[in-house]
Design a protein around this ligand. Structure first.
Ligand SMILES: O=C([O-])CC(=O)C(=O)O
Length: 162
């Protein structure tokens, strides 16, 4: 799905209402531009919670996964990402690594991550759901709004009109 806004235009118009994430992400998903309200997970090299959440209805939300920046294991691969797309999530932002990147590019889902690693994560369920997470000088609070495109990621406490 192509969306008719650019983050540069949004921040020009609504600068005071927006945080702009300084972390430089790679874009892996088939959707280059995506936005939606935020759900969060904080976890470390364990993706059971990520799998569980993305198998729930997404209703246009964006899951922000704070993996602590670890590139040692992948927190999402093609199976979890396919479930996310089928369940209507708009996108997934991973402060950490993903895998199966060739397949991720074919999905109608926004995926941003720091990098990739073929090694899988553990699946104990360790981690926390729906807590504010922060990276790149930006706080991602549950239910805030996220706007992402090739230029970066913006966060607003309330929805802003593109
Ligand atoms: O199961 C995992 O750890 C992640 C994965 O490879 C997938 O989503 O296909």
């Amino acid at each position: 799905m192509t969306e008719a806004y650019a983050t540069a235009d949004l921040i020009d118009a609504h600068g005071d209402a927006l945080q702009s994430c300084e972390t430089q992400f790679q874009s892996y998903g088939g959707r280059a531009t995506f936005h939606g309200p935020i759900a969060t997970i904080k976890c470390h090299e364990d993706n059971a919670l990520v799998k569980e959440q993305l198998n729930q209805p997404g209703e246009g939300w964006v899951l922000v996964v704070d993996g602590g920046g670890s590139l040692r294991t992948a927190l999402m691969g093609d199976m979890i990402a396919r479930a996310a797309a089928e369940n209507g999530w708009a996108g997934v932002v991973v402060f950490g690594a993903v895998r199966d990147t060739a397949e991720l590019a074919l999905l109608d889902l926004g995926v941003k991550a720091l990098g990739s690693n073929p090694r899988k994560s553990s699946k104990t369920g360790a981690g926390r759901l729906d807590v504010p997470v922060a990276f790149g000088n930006t706080v991602f609070s549950p239910e805030a709004w996220l706007y992402s495109d090739q230029d970066g990621i913006l966060v607003a406490e309330e929805r802003v009109e593109p």
